[in-house]
Ligand binder design. Structure first.
Ligand code: SF4
Length: 511
């Protein structure tokens, strides 16, 4: 996701800079690519820089230093990252920008190659060394620095050392011994696996508006999925301390946040490395006690980690959105075995039935990979059948991307790219008709709606989300009737009625 500090905070930042910045204050432009986990890393780096006296600018033309926080998940993400670095390097050529810093997952994968092949890059900062952004930018940490930038959305607190894990999960330790985290073959990767994790006292500059924030509760992953290099990029699974998450949530709420989205590579493992059983359920229950919070959800559940207690907790607390994002990746038992994930359609269907029984009106999101090496027409057919039977509310489909360094890279029987695309389109067509039918059933019903602002697609409409919509990934609710209101306020909650439905999007009127 390209983020050049979002428009909501742009005007105040830009005006503030232009009117009050002494010449010596460094102005830093940020581009954040990839997933929300990377976005939180960007927010932490911006917070550190801002606390040390730098100013964050929305305009590359005004910046002295540009930071590109990259993604390296699959080929298309790597290409987008490289293209963005090259685009930002052009600002350096014009003489305005003095320094170009590359951060994030691409650095963990290709550290020395980046600097060798793109000489305009002055410094690199890996995912496990976020605090090094100060050194890379040539800015000295100033723990008692006054806040330079006025924005109603920032959360800036005194800086303390990062939280370092003291435990690990037995599964993680065993997989480490098996070489799951080895980067020995990666040209240019540093030997040490990332081990950084921010805490509640780390400064963070929010970029997601005043009402909604991501909260990273864990980092890294211990799972063995054979298509995935995230464990090598991000390190072993490690949870933030329970009270650190609660304290950060309270700070965010005190600054106006009303919707929290908990993230991590696998949030359902939360607390296992700290010896906490059912850690996610306990965390959600404590967060639900924070009075001003309206919506709390978590993303990225691992299928066999959904416990009865977690489901009961979601069902019990109104503030916990009846929403589960469960990336299943496939449904054929043989494909899942090659993916090193296990289970299969029957087990998944039983699990989904249990979830729907436990949580009335559950919104269920998943994602799949099609064209995994050796995926036969019949295995793909099993997946299609499963999607028809499971009737997900939201679904993403990715074509398999062959990643050097992932175990699946060494598998034979690669599926041709054209066939991968055919399967991707076919699965999406199946989901399209399911989604169309499910969205139609919502017409006439009333929901709370978080208004996000004028629509990006047409100035005649505004947009918002219900609790069935996670930020950024699900469909939209277009607002074509403000009801009794002359105007709506971005970031406020309203009651609405759904008046129209489309394949994925809805239309609503404010009540
Ligand atoms: S659970 Fe997710 S992040 Fe972890 S290895 Fe599997 S796909 Fe990668």
């Amino acid at each position: 996701m390209p983020v050049e500090v979002p428009s909501e905070i742009s005007p105040s930042i830009a005006n503030n800079q232009r009117s009050s910045s002494p010449d010596s204050v460094k102005k830093i432009g940020f581009v954040s690519l990839g997933c929300p986990k990377n976005l939180v890393d960007s927010e932490v780096m911006m917070g550190l820089l801002n606390q040390a006296g730098a100013e964050i600018t929305t305009s590359a033309d005004e910046a002295d230093i540009i930071v590109v926080n990259t993604c390296s998940f699959i080929d298309s993400a790597k290409q987008e990252s490289v293209d963005m670095i090259l685009e930002m390097a052009e600002h350096k050529a014009s003489g305005q920008v003095h320094k170009l810093i590359v951060a994030g997952c691409l650095v963990e994968r290709y550290r020395s190659e980046i600097q060798k092949n793109i000489p305009d890059v002055d410094a690199v900062v890996g995912t496990g060394e976020l605090e090094r952004i100060l050194e890379a930018a040539g800015i000295h940490p100033a723990p008692s620095a006054t806040i330079q930038q006025e924005s109603p959305f920032k959360i800036l607190i005194d800086r303390t050392p990062s939280a370092v894990k003291t435990h690990s999960r037995p599964e993680g330790a065993a997989r480490k011994a098996d070489g799951r985290f080895s980067r020995a073959d990666w040209d240019g990767a540093i030997a040490d696996l990332p081990n950084y994790l921010y805490n509640e006292k780390t400064p963070r500059l929010l970029t997601t508006g005043k009402t909604s924030a991501y909260l990273k509760i864990a980092e890294g992953c211990d799972h063995p999925c054979s298509f995935c290099i995230i464990p090598q990029l991000r390190g072993m699974f490690r949870s933030r301390h329970f009270e650190s998450v609660i304290a950060e949530a309270r700070h965010l709420v005190a600054n106006g946040v009303r919707e929290l989205t908990l993230i991590g590579q696998d949030t359902t493992c939360y607390g296992e490395d700290l010896g906490i059983e059912d850690g996610l359920a306990l965390l959600l229950a404590r967060l639900a006690e924070i009075e001003e919070l309206r919506w709390i959800r978590f993303l990225y559940a691992y299928p066999n980690k959904i416990t009865g207690r977690l489901l009961e907790t979601i069902a019990e607390h109104k503030k916990l959105c009846s929403y589960v994002d469960l990336p299943l990746q496939h449904a054929s038992a043989s494909t899942l075995k090659r993916m090193k994930r296990g289970a299969g359609a029957d087990i998944f269907l039983k699990g989904i039935e249990k979830m729907r029984r436990a949580i009335p009106n559950l919104t269920l999101r998943t994602s799949f990979i099609v064209g995994f090496p050796g995926e036969t027409e019949s295995e793909f057919g099993e997946l299609c059948e499963f999607v028809r039977a499971a009737e997900f509310d939201w679904m993403g489909v990715f074509g398999y991307s062959d990643e050097d360094g992932a175990a699946a890279f060494r598998l034979a029987d690669k599926v041709p790219a054209t066939e991968i695309e055919r399967r991707r389109k076919k699965l999406m067509r199946i989901q399209q008709s399911i989604s169309r039918r499910k969205k139609r059933q919502l017409v006439g019903r009333e929901f709370d709606l978080l208004v996000e602002g004028p629509s990006e697609e047409t100035e005649l409409l505004w947009e918002g989300r219900t609790s069935m919509h996670a930020p950024e990934i699900d469909g939209k609710v277009f607002i074509n009737d403000f009801g009794p209101h002359e105007s709506l306020t971005r970031g406020e909650f309203y009651r609405c009625q759904i008046t129209e439905s489309h394949d994925y999007d809805l239309v609503a009127r404010i009540l």
